[in-house]
Design a binder for this molecule. Structure first.
Ligand SMILES: Cc1cc2nc3c(=O)[nH]c(=O)nc-3n(C[C@H](O)[C@H](O)[C@H](O)COP(=O)(O)O)c2cc1C
Length: 154
């Protein structure tokens, strides 16, 4: 099984930590959308897509990358995110990304989310929300998630 992870992480590298943890289990390269072309995805059986949450949405560069992919992908995908706050019910970031991927012909086989250090605006004055996160426990959970994904191909 050959896996790739496409990740944008522009604030503290929180999402990149999760991506690298999942990537180490799946033996997957982790790339920014600018480092990969749509055509290159054809080399992979499983592709992960993740980003931080900014202004109540996943990063536009990740969403635009998915938007630009040709339909009929016919491969498996998973989604992940880090955020300052839990996902609001009226704004299901990961489900929306999953729906976008499904439209492109991916089979979405899992999702992972955890909190990340958030120093947006006035939160910086108090050292931020979720200090130390993703925590070692968060990364252990990410590893468990990746092991489940890997098990699908065993
Ligand atoms: C400009 C900005 C806007 C943000 N907006 C939100 C938000 O709407 N909801 C939320 O839960 N977290 C928000 N956050 C917190 C980030 O989602 C959180 O810090 C995340 O872990 C950042 O991931 P990164 O370090 O990979 O960029 C925001 C952070 C920044 C810098």
């Amino acid at each position: 099984m050959k896996a790739l992870i496409v990740c944008t992480s522009k604030s503290h590298g929180n999402t990149r930590k999760v991506a690298d943890t999942i990537g180490s289990v799946l033996d997957a390269r982790v790339v920014d959308p600018s480092e990969i072309t749509a055509a290159e995805l054809a080399d992979y059986d499983l592709v992960g897509f993740g980003s931080g949450v900014y202004w109540m949405a996943l990063d536009a560069r990740l969403r635009e990358f998915v938007d630009a992919l040709p339909a009929g992908q016919g491969r498996e995908a998973f989604v992940f995110a880090t955020s300052g706050l839990p996902e609001p019910k009226f704004r299901p970031y990961l489900r929306n990304l999953g729906d976008q991927l499904t439209e492109k012909g991916f089979e979405v086989v899992g999702g992972f989310a955890c909190r990340g250090l958030d120093t947006m605006g006035p939160l910086a004055l108090v050292g931020g929300l979720n200090k130390g996160r993703p925590s070692p426990d968060d990364l252990t959970s990410a590893r468990g998630f990746a092991e489940q994904l890997r098990g699908r191909f065993a």
